[in-house]
Design a protein around this ligand. Structure first.
Ligand code: NAD
Length: 494
């Protein structure tokens, strides 16, 4: 069985002293071992990033940008290869894997504009003969820790901007589907990135802690579940680092009585069951306002019956398996437990049968869900859609705003005034109006509120340039020596 190793200073590295299994979720068969880094191996990667920093920082901006233009081209040319790696280790269908690559390419396109993005500001003559300008300098070595569900897009959210800003990186991808990140690191180098600028180490808490505790590491970007995001934020910030730690979600889709119910049902099914619900922006709660619940549920259930679930490599599959057997069983437990909590299981995906030993589960729809039930409170991260019935717009807003998660939300309506008011009232980081998965384009930034993000910067886009740089402000004067004098007063510009 092949071993997936670390990528440090442009080379494969890492012994197989501690390893973890990498499965093909469609067959349930282990296909690789992945090396788990020791503290010493992470330190080796940090040392490589540190050694590469002065050279990369000094590289001209136009030359830096060239890497991103070439990388974009290489990714387009080799997307089939990369999508195959994603599907074989994550399980998502190939078209979805390509969608993820295409969204990751947006981050590369954004980073390719670095000559513009890194421009500082200049004020001439703030006092007689005095000018002020600001520059954005890299923070240094950056740690990036990523989840299993987007093994290409989420690393690109982070590393594209971090590298564009002149930093060097140690990336610790999910140990469940680590192959794509090594492929990405090699592609970056093929595009001209010097060895040591992007290093990849695999592993578990040991590797993560070595990143969080290293005095060399200046900033940490994390995406994953809320409990881990919170602990990463606390540990890294108490170690004096900049941290952005994006957590889990429970995304609501509010359907108003005036909405087009066929479009809303199409959107709900796509956003709840796409990628088997393993998206942080998946819709997991349908909030049915007024009398829309019954006709909406009927439409959603009839669409669910037609969904094709199967191996991601089969072009006819619309939904693949879950990431692990344990996760599949956990998702199933929410569905089987829902009736005992007083909810109504309209479609029970745990009863679906599949050939073989893959980590498949059918799609579930649960009605009469209420706050307080586990099926409502927890992030399930599987193909389970709950319906909460409310009487009014105000009740819908109150429900969403009371939730501890606040990543994404959507409203479906044909009334512009309702949509505008919703945008104003709702306490969630990303809002869709008749758009169920409102992941912002790469030129904007991505981030939730409350328990969906710890830290004050959103990820990728303009906020990432702020996160990955330190600004320096320079005040300049070229005095005529004859005007020089001693003045112990605080310098005033008035
Ligand atoms: P996870 O939190 O289990 O793992 C994320 C990363 O943290 C992995 O690299 C993992 O190896 C590491 N990790 C796990 N346990 C750790 C520990 N105890 N100490 C230190 N590091 C640890 O998340 P996951 O299951 O890989 O991904 C799914 C989660 O990610 C979901 O909750 C989902 O909502 C969230 N997610 C959020 C966003 C977002 O933008 N907010 C995007 C994608 C995924």
């Amino acid at each position: 069985m092949s071993l997936i190793r670390h990528h440090i200073d442009g080379r494969e590295a890492g012994a197989a002293e501690r390893t973890g299994p990498v499965f093909d979720p469609a067959t349930g068969v282990q296909q690789h071992e992945v090396a788990f880094a020791s503290t010493a191996e992470v330190e080796q990667a940090i040392a490589a990033a540190s050694a590469a920093l002065p050279g990369w920082r000094a590289t001209g901006l136009v030359k830096r940008a060239d890497v991103f233009f070439r990388l974009r081209q290489l990714l387009v040319e080799r997307q089939d290869e990369l999508a195959a790696i994603i599907t074989s280790q994550h399980g998502k269908v190939l078209s979805d894997a390509k969608g993820e690559i295409s969204r990751g390419i947006e981050n590369i396109e954004f980073a390719a504009g670095l000559v513009h993005l890194l421009k500082g500001e200049h004020s001439e003559q703030v006092a007689r003969g005095v000018d002020v300008h600001s520059v954005k300098q890299p923070v240094g070595v950056v740690g990036c820790i990523t989840p299993f569900n987007f093994p290409v897009m989420v690393p690109l959210w982070m590393v594209s901007s971090a590298i564009a800003c002149g930093n060097t990186v140690v990336l610790k991808p999910s140990e469940k589907d680590p192959g794509a990140s090594v492929f990405l690191a090699r592609l970056f180098e093929e595009a001209g990135l010097p060895a040591g600028v992007l290093n990849v180490v695999h592993g578990d808490k040991v590797a993560v802690d070595a990143i969080l505790d290293s005095p060399v590491m200046k900033a940490v970007s994390f995406v994953g579940s809320t409990p881990i995001a919170k602990s990463i934020y606390e540990r890294a910030s108490s170690n004096g680092k900049r941290v952005q730690a994006l957590g889990g979600a429970k995304n609501h889709m509010v359907v108003m009585p005036d909405a087009d119910l066929d479009s809303a049902a199409d959107a709900a099914v796509s956003a709840a069951y796409g990628s088997a619900g393993e998206r942080c922006m998946a819709v997991s709660v349908l909030v049915a306002v007024g009398d829309v619940a019954d006709p909406l549920i009927e439409r959603v259930a009839s669409r669910m019956a037609a969904l094709k679930i199967g191996a991601g490599t089969d072009a006819s599959s619309e939904m693949g398996p879950l990431i692990t057997r344990e996760h599949r069983d956990k998702v199933a437990s929410y569905v089987t437990g829902a009736a005992a909590e007083g909810a109504t299981v309209v479609v029970d995906g745990t009863q679906a049968e599949f050939d073989g030993d893959g980590f498949f589960i059918g799609t579930s729809l649960i009605d009469h869900v209420r706050p307080g039930m586990k099926v409502y409170e927890d992030e399930i991260f599987g193909p389970v859609l709950s319906v909460v019935r409310v009487g009014t717009y105000e009740e819908a807003v109150e429900l969403v705003n009371a939730n501890r998660f606040a990543n994404g939300v959507a409203v479906f309506t044909r009334d512009g005034r309702t949509a505008r008011q919703f945008e104003f009232d709702i306490e969630v980081g990303m809002v869709g109006v008749n758009v169920p998965i409102p992941v912002p384009i790469g030129a904007f930034s991505f981030g939730g509120w409350k328990d969906s993000l710890f830290g004050d910067s959103h990820i990728y886009g303009p906020e990432s340039i702020h996160f990955y740089t330190r600004s320096k402000v320079v005040t300049t004067r070229w005095p005529n020596p004859s005007e020089s004098q001693i003045n112990l007063g605080f310098p005033s510009n008035h």
